[in-house]
Write a protein that binds this ligand. Structure first.
Ligand code: ZN
Length: 133
């Protein structure tokens, strides 16, 4: 079952500047900053009601976020859906024709296990499924 939009991920060039920008926009500070070594990304989270904005910054040159920015510039990178069970959603969505970048969940930011759907089967939008650990 898909519960809600959990967060929206935004790829940024300069994390410090973007944190200041979103601090001004939202009137609050990020509540969490986290390095995800496996993804070569530094994340910064803002709460917006029940949802979150996740700023994503490349922490190395081979980061997928650097590749994204080189190709498409800064902007919305992915939409994350909070699901009860990644396993069940993979079993539900694959027969419907959705493709996954990998169906093996890995540890994402903010205490979540995550998988990504391939944007070619989701109207060009990278969709993350996340499950509470
Ligand atoms: Zn995310």
């Amino acid at each position: 079952m898909i519960k809600k939009i959990e967060h929206i991920g935004i790829a940024v060039q300069d994390l410090g500047k973007s944190e200041q920008l979103f601090e001004k926009l939202l009137g609050k500070k990020p509540y969490k900053k986290e390095d995800i070594q496996s993804e070569a990304v530094t994340t910064s989270f803002f709460k917006v009601g029940d949802q979150k904005l996740e700023l994503l910054h490349a922490s190395s040159d081979d980061s997928p976020i650097k590749k994204f920015i080189d190709k498409r510039k800064e902007g919305v990178h992915h939409i994350a859906l909070h699901v009860e069970s990644i396993q069940k959603e993979v079993e539900r969505l694959e027969p419907l024709g959705f493709e996954f970048i990998s169906t093996t969940p890995k540890k994402g930011a903010d205490n979540k296990m995550i998988v990504f759907l391939h944007p070619k089967t989701t109207n060009g939008v990278l969709v993350e499924l996340c499950e509470e650990i």
